[in-house]
Design a protein around this ligand. Structure first.
Ligand SMILES: CC(C)(COP(=O)(O)OP(=O)(O)OC[C@H]1O[C@@H](n2cnc3c(N)ncnc32)[C@H](O)[C@@H]1OP(=O)(O)O)[C@@H](O)C(=O)NCCC(=O)NCCS
Length: 335
């Protein structure tokens, strides 16, 4: 008898955000801006900020993974692999993934980090799915954790309202019934680097406080235009080749960069706004954590068999979309 194809099912979601909330009123006292401008142009009401000496993305990643392990009843010793997507690793080495493994006691797992800016979680999810599909591993954790406040210039009013800190994680396990990641389409174009980057801190320009090169540099308008067209087009490509019409989609899970980008992307895809997961108002752009945070917040509404489309865009430029058949009836853990 022919073996059934193995797919990588998402069997649980965990997330965590720091307690401290930086709202638009506080931000208006730091830079020349208003709640009204930020809500109209970006759609962020508040963002969570990690405070505390020496705390980095692994601190947040650990908490998201602990939430995931608890919700799924998973023994950390059963995890085979943990991939952490981040643009704000605790340090360049060791990998933040390794630090998270040690903190949660995943001592049989190997781990590594993956950088694809705001598309990092989707790129890591797609990479992780391959380890499951080959049959090599049974439990793979994908984490997105970013302390964006550590690279945000709080004197630059055009970027500082956008970003926040947070983390999220999913568990991937084999399915023989066709649940999980069915398809994905990923892209990158290094020509976009000039519009969105952090210049210093790597080998080209070692860490420096000169010229603000250790902060996010962003040209808002070219990034905005590229985000809308690429996210919608790649998501439509994935839908078309899987013969999915807009009405077949239960939810669009877009990267939470800007409310106007989300609305324009959904419109271009022909997806009604009530089908787009939106929580940007509460967290801002948490870079690699936006997709798992959205899945966590909407988990209670998801039903087994739902077709969902994940779509991202980020620095690099990087962009992509994935088609996921949801594997379980969600329980609303927030109640
Ligand atoms: C950054 C962004 C919100 C700026 O919005 P915009 O409509 O393009 O605004 P502009 O840059 O044209 O600026 C318009 C005016 O608002 C001002 N402005 C910028 N930030 C402001 C703020 N926080 N409060 C008040 N005014 C602000 C500008 O100085 C400019 O003033 P001017 O006309 O006197 O020069 C928008 O371009 C954007 O969201 N881009 C995509 C960013 C993104 O998603 N990045 C992550 C990708 S993963």
């Amino acid at each position: 008898m022919k073996n059934k194809k193995i797919t990588a099912a998402i069997t649980g979601v965990g997330a965590w955000v720091p307690e401290y909330i930086l709202d638009n009123d506080e931000l208006s006292r730091m830079v020349d801006t208003t709640d009204e401008w930020i809500m109209t142009r970006i759609g962020v009401k508040e963002r969570h900020i990690l405070k505390g000496e020496g705390l980095g993305s692994s601190y947040m990643g650990e908490r998201a993974v602990r939430d995931l392990l608890e919700k799924t009843g998973t023994d950390p010793m059963d995890i085979d692999l943990l991939i952490c997507a981040t643009v704000t690793p605790d340090m360049f080495f060791p990998a933040t993934a390794n630090l998270i493994c040690a903190k949660v006691g995943a001592m049989n797992a190997f781990g590594y980090d993956l950088i694809a800016a705001c598309s990092g979680f989707l790129f890591a999810l797609s990479t992780a799915s391959q380890f499951i599909e080959t049959g090599k591993y049974k439990k793979v954790v994908v984490v997105g954790a970013d302390k964006m406040s550590s690279i945000t210039d709080y004197t630059d009013r055009a970027t500082c309202p956008i970003f926040g800190d947070g983390s999220g994680a999913v568990l991937l396990e084999p399915s023989e019934d066709g649940y999980g990641i069915i398809d994905f389409d990923l892209h990158s174009d290094g020509n976009g680097a000039k519009h969105l980057h952090m210049k210093a801190g790597g080998s080209a320009y070692p860490p420096t406080h000169e010229n603000k090169w250790h902060y996010i540099y962003q040209e808002g308008q070219p990034v905005f235009k590229a985000a809308v067209s690429h996210m919608a087009d790649v998501a439509l490509e994935v839908m078309n080749r899987n013969h999915l019409a807009a009405e077949d989609i239960a939810y669009l899970v877009p990267h939470q960069a800007n409310i106007r980008i989300i609305e324009a992307t959904a419109k271009r895809m022909g997806i009604s706004e009530d089908k787009a997961m939106i929580n940007i108002q509460n967290y801002g752009n948490t870079t690699t954590a936006t997709l798992p945070l959205a899945l966590r917040d909407y988990e209670g509404r998801l039903r087994k068999g739902d077709n969902i489309i994940l779509a991202t865009f980020g620095g690099g430029f990087t962009w992509g979309a994935a088609y996921v058949k949801w594997a379980y009836d969600g329980v609303d853990f927030s109640k």
